[in-house]
Design a protein around this ligand. Structure first.
Ligand code: GAP
Length: 437
């Protein structure tokens, strides 16, 4: 059944909270706008996505170098990168109620979204969070929380070259927090003030930029499909010259049809040699001794938006006579819980003992395995469906030999079809790992 967008968003937010994926930040103090906390299943989902990203873009390649730079960086970095002067959004204030908005996000330009009165003139608002280092509170101690992970890679360019002597083209990759003082954080985890980015700076010769741009755009498309984001809801947008970031000569955004509209999910930019030039960094070819400032292709992926796009892509409802079964059809490699193990009845010690044995075996192998004996078996299936567990294993009396032919076998139920298969316990590990692969 086609979901109404607003209703779908509410269902996803409610499920995310109820089932321990995502909670409002500082909730017990009334919340802190633009911050969200990931609960146990959210962390697991996030870690799976980060792990898959790192594997695809770093570990499976020979030309990529991982970085984990500090969040606090020297203010000179942000002066050189252009962020101090240009990383701004247009801010307007209502002339009557004094509420503040991003001018380009008002429902009607120049009119307050809250009270309908006119807004004042727009002014540039720098989105970087400032803080002080050390015990002195003057402007010399001001530093910024990084608004993008990218600069941590640019300023380590020389370090990587000196340690590893890579030949062009090669890349650096980083996953980490970024902070932006968004004027109007909104749409759940879509626009927040503290978020995570997964970014690549791929250093190239200028003459290769068009080929490399196409190559990385395709890699991003591959990734989108690989983690189960609905490709039919993903669109490429060639960013117009007037909207390009100050460092970019070409940008393509990957947009996704979120329930609240078609919005940016990821981006790929040709940053030329803007950043390395501004940081005074060069590259010397060891064979030819040629000295150049490499150019850069930057594929950038917001992790929180990835999670939201995945949740929106995999949310399903099945309606049957008065009953609704909702489930998250995660790809097994992304699912926060790979498998749940249950005894058919929880008040039968022999069933509990055997199912604990099976649980421990699977947990040792796959880690993200849950023991679930709450409520009856139907309720357990519903709960596991809601959190997107691909397989539920049940130990019943036949497992214990009530039917000798079925001794040491269990049922394994598929989340998407609800179909149950009987398998020997000894085949469980290979059954799951084949499907995971
Ligand atoms: N280094 C380039 C860069 O930071 P960006 O388009 O400003 O480019 C990259 O940000 C990605 O970070 C976006 O495509 C989006 O996925 C994510 N992102 C940006 N601002 C965000 C916010 N306020 N909340 C959540 N994610 C955000």
């Amino acid at each position: 059944m086609e979901q109404q967008p607003k209703e779908l968003m509410e269902k996803i937010i409610s499920l995310a909270k109820r089932r321990g994926f995502i909670y409002q930040g500082s909730e017990v103090y009334g919340g802190l706008a633009g911050t969200w906390d990931y609960g146990p299943l959210g962390v697991s989902l996030k870690n799976n996505i980060k792990h898959l990203w790192w594997k695809k873009f770093v570990d499976d390649r020979q030309d990529m170098y991982g970085i984990d730079a500090a969040i606090l960086m020297h203010p000179g970095v942000w002066k050189a990168s252009g962020h101090v002067d240009t990383f701004t959004d247009p801010l307007v204030e209502c002339t009557k109620c004094k509420k503040r908005f991003r001018a380009d996000q008002l429902e009607n330009a120049g009119v307050c979204d809250a009270c309908g009165e006119p807004t004042g003139e727009a002014r540039n608002f720098n989105m970087m969070f400032q803080t002080q280092v050390g015990a002195v509170e003057d402007s010399s101690a001001t530093v910024y929380l990084r608004p993008e992970t990218a600069q941590g890679m640019f300023v380590n360019f020389k370090n990587v070259v000196d340690s590893f002597h890579p030949k062009l083209p090669f890349g650096t990759a980083q996953i980490g927090k970024a902070f932006r003082n968004e004027i109007t954080p909104r749409d759940f985890i879509f626009r927040v003030r503290e978020f995570e980015q997964m970014e690549i700076e791929y250093f190239i010769r200028e003459s290769d930029w068009k080929t490399q741009f196409e190559y990385w755009k395709n890699e991003m498309k591959d990734w989108i499909e690989m983690i189960g984001i609905d490709t039919a809801k993903t669109h490429e947008l060639e960013v117009g010259e007037e909207d390009l970031a100050h460092y970019s000569k070409r940008t393509v955004d990957f947009e996704f049809d979120f329930p609240f509209g078609k919005k940016e999910l990821y981006g790929i930019a040709y940053r030329t040699n803007f950043d390395l030039t501004n940081h005074n960094l060069t590259y010397q070819d060891e064979e030819t001794q040629e000295k150049i400032v490499p150019h850069v292709i930057e594929p950038t992926f917001g992790l929180d938006r990835t999670i939201l796009a995945v949740l929106c892509s995999v949310y399903r409802e099945e309606h049957t006579e008065g009953e609704v079964r909702s489930f998250l059809s995660f790809k097994p490699s992304v699912a926060p819980v790979i498998c749940a193990v249950s005894p058919l009845l929880k008040n039968k010690p022999e069933l509990v003992e055997k199912s604990q044995e099976v649980f421990k075996m699977l947990k040792k192998r796959f880690g993200q395995v849950m023991f679930d004996d709450n409520g009856n078996i139907g309720k357990r299936y519903r709960r596991q469906d809601e959190i997107g567990t691909p397989w539920c294993v049940v130990v019943d009396f036949d497992t214990l030999g009530e039917n000798q032919e079925l001794l040491d076998t269990v049922t394994i139920r598929d989340r998407d079809t609800g179909a149950q298969t009987r398998l020997p316990i000894t085949e469980l590990e290979s059954y799951i790992s084949e499907k995971l692969a």
